[in-house]
Design a protein around this ligand. Structure first.
Ligand SMILES: Cc1ncc(COP(=O)(O)O)c(C=O)c1O
Length: 411
């Protein structure tokens, strides 16, 4: 169980036994800390490997529970790390991998964060959670709340992918469509929580979604050890992450730090890469300008709904991780990222989400520029299933065969 909650910016301590959102002093994200020295001997890679828990809660010692039976779980995490085929445009990459998060409950990596956040909220007696969402977080929040017996109130842009909206409505959430962006939805949650007593589950404004997402970092270390047939945990050279609020990237960076403190890995780190869409690239722009914070990106527009986050409260944490890791930030056009989805589908057998397509095209850009070397171990995060984005691939002109026509196959 975490022992303290401190502000990532000013370091102010907050009561771990109370519901918390942002730092009460400076309105920046709070991060959970654990007494890693105390659990060092009981929480080892070997212990984790032997556990029969079939979810990210294998790592429960560094998650917000005293016992894994407290977890609100639908079997999230433990997703496959796929070695890429070297065909077509993938040929030049000698060691390219896809961490395929589409295997998660509700079809995206948002399940990890919601499992942790809803678990903590439930244990502190929350009855109703509320959140803004670009789409996948809404689905995950709906179903974890349902599992926990909580009410869930969602605010989503009106042009959120239909699959995400339907999924949330069917799951019993109160769904509010908003004629604005996710940042406008966030403002409505802020107003509503004071009026109606909801608990705000916004990413990084709630301290435990990042704890769930950090398990992606723990898993990678085990995945690469398994691939090498070794018991020694290992990390890749580069991680490309499709970035909206950046919770997964910041979470993995935190996981690596914890693993080093636990004595599981050394000081080596992957180079972290933020991937955004050209139509919404606040972090890419701020990183390139050498800034610490990213102002609101005006007129944000991209078909990759999860990347349409014009302002992020964790901007400084992402940019810090990029700099400390020797990483970089790249943007990709919508045309390219949709092509990326088709290429991942046809060559790797992975029906990627557009955000996953973006990450693949960013890897190609970085190889062409020489920033990536062909032999480096590179991980692409496919953060969700392409099935929620079917609307982006209309079937115009697909002919129907007349099975009564004896010549129907002669075309
Ligand atoms: C499929 C997908 N990928 C990436 C993201 C961005 O995630 P994060 O907010 O952790 O940067 C989202 C967020 O909605 C998403 O749904």
């Amino acid at each position: 169980m975490h022992t303290s909650l401190t502000c990532a910016a000013c370091g102010a301590d907050h009561d771990v036994d109370q519901l918390q959102n942002l730092c009460i002093e400076c309105q920046k994200p709070l991060l959970a800390h654990y007494d890693l020295d105390a659990i060092r001997s009981s929480f080892t890679p070997d212990v984790v490997r032997k556990r029969s828990i079939r979810s990210m809660w294998k790592f429960w010692n560094v998650l917000p529970v005293n016992d894994p039976s407290e977890a609100v779980s639908l079997g999230e995490g433990l997703t496959p790390l796929l070695t890429c085929n070297r065909t077509g445009p993938f040929e030049p990459f000698e060691n390219l991998f896809i961490k395929d998060e589409s295997f998660n409950p509700t079809g995206s990596f948002k399940a990890r964060g919601m499992s942790a956040a809803v678990t903590r909220a439930k244990s502190l007696g929350v009855e109703t959670v509320a959140l803004p969402s670009a789409g996948n977080a809404a689905g995950a929040a709906t179903y974890y709340s349902a599992r926990a017996g909580m009410q869930c109130v969602i605010f989503m842009p009106e042009d959120t992918p239909p699959a995400n909206i339907i999924e949330s409505v069917v799951g019993g959430a109160t769904v509010n469509l908003v004629n604005g962006l996710i940042s406008d939805c966030g403002k409505l949650v802020k107003h509503g929580k004071d009026r109606f007593g909801w608990f705000d589950l916004s990413t990084l404004k709630e301290p435990f979604r990042i704890e769930g997402k950090k398990t992606m970092g723990y898993e990678l270390a085990f995945d690469f050890a398994d691939l090498a047939g070794s018991t020694q945990l290992q990390l890749p050279d580069v991680i490309l992450y499709p970035t909206g609020g950046g919770t997964g990237l910041i979470g993995m960076w935190k996981a690596f730090d914890e693993m080093e403190k636990l004595g599981w890995i050394g000081s080596e780190r992957p180079r972290m890469v933020v991937v955004q869409a050209e139509g919404c690239s606040p972090i890419v722009d701020a990183f390139k300008a050498g800034d610490e914070h990213a102002p609101l990106f005006e007129n944000a527009a991209t078909v990759a709904a999860g990347l349409r986050v014009p302002i992020a409260v964790g901007d400084f944490l992402m940019i810090r991780a990029l700099r400390e890791s020797g990483g970089t930030a790249v943007s990709v056009s919508d045309t390219a990222l949709l092509k990326g989805v088709r290429e991942m589908s046809a060559h790797q057998g992975v029906y990627a989400c557009p955000e996953g397509g973006a990450v693949w095209k960013a890897a190609q850009q970085l190889l062409e520029s020489g920033w990536l070397k062909p032999e480096e171990k590179v991980v692409l995060f496919n953060t969700g299933t392409g099935l929620k984005y079917n609307h982006l691939f209309p079937l115009d002109g697909l002919p129907v065969i007349d099975h009564n026509d004896p010549n129907c196959l002669d075309r």
